[in-house]
Design a protein around this ligand. Structure first.
Ligand code: FAD
Ligand code: MLT
Ligand code: ZN
Length: 484
């Protein structure tokens, strides 16, 4: 059977719902259409699809029971954490494209264990929010090193499944680096548990790491053992206007080279700053206007402001376009200009969100060309670019083309490939980019990925159509075969 293909067995909705209720209790099987609908659209509003029911297991054993019941009925499962994903992976496929799945929500798997200060680790449920983990770490005098603006809702399980990046990757790495081990329910209902916290454990395949970035297609993460880092109490944040992307990349490189305490270098543009100010009712950070802005953060000891000043004093940034904060309130004020881009863009309409990485040397050329490609092919489109310039990661947000017309998505992703970049830096492939996976993965890699999927989920129970194409063909399959 094709990986991701649903079982041939017919779904028996009434029998399945009764089986699910016997596993999790009737109160945790939600079928009221209004309630179910509140789970079945993604954060952007671009991806929506119907579900048979929403099921909320409260333990790993219940997750395993739900998986077994669905597999026995030939039903598929869509896994959902905080539903802040931006590529449509956390919601069912559109109506009319196959059997409706069961939506498994991890909301009740939200426990946060005691912080192991000796090991600087903590075990948390997959449904724990990033904010809850950050809070627990800070209370214990430590820090969880991944941060992103959706912290109040994004869950650890979703962040593992997407290998979330965020604001501190240049210092601490992506989610992958924080995962010491995981507990996972496989598609046959068996449970893998690697929560001992052993940092050295060379006993074969690292199955926990295999789940990182697998977007719910290989297993359902139920708990995770996470690495914590020392707290860095002092921080300095600067917002700097610069002449363009090339200058931003050059200054980011200088900061990386010289500022040992550097934690974040973010980029946005004048159009984004104007949009955020209008959307959030904020005053601009300074009177001067510049094409491009860098948001820089250093965290560490008492010398962070000195480290920042040392680099800025030798740089061409001018005082009229510089704002610096050395306290938390000031830092939050400056961060808002960057963090509130996502909501401000959504305020314009349903966005096409493309999340790409470029080699740093190609970033400036790409920025100019992508604006041109969109203006030529889709005139009138609003283009809002921002991202994590320290990682070469730009978020290309386009508002105007109809949500279901993905021509502009393809044009941007093909441009990325021509520049040697990746079509997803941190959001994943989801349902949004399956057609273009061949632009970033070779036929051999796609074949190996399909083989892994086939081995772990031969009936295609988990997240069909996410990451890898579902039943039927798509451009990715065609391209793979063409290259063979
Ligand atoms: P969901 O959206 O619920 O799911 C995402 C994917 O993971 C789906 O494929 C789902 O099936 C799968 N999944 C969820 N839970 C599990 C589980 N327990 N086991 C197996 N699979 C699972 N992302 C970044 O990387 N960096 C950012 O800076 C960033 N900033 C954001 C800012 C805003 C305002 C918003 C709205 C989103 C942002 N995101 C960012 C995207 C999003 O927050 C991340 O992708 C996050 O990891 C998703 O977590 P979630 O719990 O919401 O997952
Ligand atoms: C960000 O960096 O703000 C996020 O990845 C969200 C987005 O791309 O909108
Ligand atoms: Zn991002």
């Amino acid at each position: 059977m094709t990986p991701n293909a649903p079982s041939a067995d017919p779904v028996s909705p009434a029998g399945l719902l009764a089986d699910l209720a016997s596993v999790v209790g009737p109160g945790q099987v939600l079928t009221d259409p209004e309630v179910v609908r509140s789970f079945t659209s993604d954060w952007t509003g671009r991806f929506t699809g119907p579900a048979v029911a929403v099921v909320r297991p409260g333990t790993t054993e219940e997750v395993a029971g739900v998986v077994r019941a669905c597999a026995a009925a030939g039903a598929t499962i869509v896994v959902q954490g905080g539903n802040t994903g931006l590529v449509g992976g956390s919601v069912p496929p559109p109506a009319g494209t196959g059997a409706e799945p069961v939506l498994l929500s991890t909301v009740r798997l939200a426990g946060v264990g005691p912080v192991d200060t000796a090991a600087a680790q903590v075990t948390v449920g997959a449904g724990a929010t990033l904010a809850a983990v950050q809070e627990a770490a800070r209370t214990a005098g430590l820090e969880f090193p991944v941060d992103l603006a959706a912290r109040a809702s994004a869950t650890v399980g979703g962040m593992v499944a997407t290998n979330a990046g965020g604001l501190h990757v240049l210092r601490y790495g992506t989610m992958r680096r924080q995962v010491i081990g995981a507990e996972v329910v496989l598609a046959d209902g068996s449970v893998l548990s690697r929560l001992t916290g052993l940092v050295k454990d060379n006993t074969g395949y690292d199955l926990s790491q295999l789940m990182v970035g697998s977007e719910g297609t290989l297993g359902i993460v139920t708990a995770v053992r996470l690495r914590l880092v020392p707290r860095r109490p002092e921080r300095a944040v600067a917002l700097l206007g610069v002449p363009g992307t090339a200058a931003a990349v050059a200054l980011a490189a200088e900061l990386r080279r010289r500022a040992e305490a550097l934690t974040a270098v973010e980029i946005f543009y004048q159009e984004g700053l104007d949009l955020v100010c209008a959307h959030a009712g904020l005053e601009p950070p300074f009177d001067a206007r510049r094409p491009t802005y860098l948001l820089v953060e250093l965290t560490g000891g008492p010398d962070v402001l000195d480290q920042l000043a040392a680099v800025l004093d030798d740089s061409p940034v001018d005082d009229a376009a510089t704002a610096v904060a050395g306290d938390d309130a000031g830092a939050e004020r400056l961060w808002a200009y960057r963090e509130r881009h996502t909501e401000a863009v959504s305020g314009l309409g349903v966005p096409h969100k493309l999340d790409v990485t470029l080699p740093l040397g190609a970033l400036a050329a790409f920025e100019g060309e992508v604006r041109q490609v969109v203006a030529n092919g889709w005139p009138g489109t609003t283009v809002v670019l921002f991202g994590h310039v320290g990682d070469g990661n730009l978020h290309v947000n386009l508002v105007g083309p109809p949500p279901d017309d993905d021509g502009v998505d393809g044009a941007v992703l093909e441009l990325v490939a021509r520049h040697g970049g990746s079509i997803s830096a941190e959001h994943g492939i989801g349902r949004a980019k399956v057609r273009w996976l061949h632009l970033s993965r070779s036929p051999a890699e796609l074949g190996a990925m399909r083989a892994v999927k086939q081995a772990l989920d031969p009936r295609g129970t988990l997240n069909p159509g996410v990451l890898l194409a579902g039943p039927g063909r798509d451009a990715s399959d065609d391209e793979t075969e063409r290259q063979r």
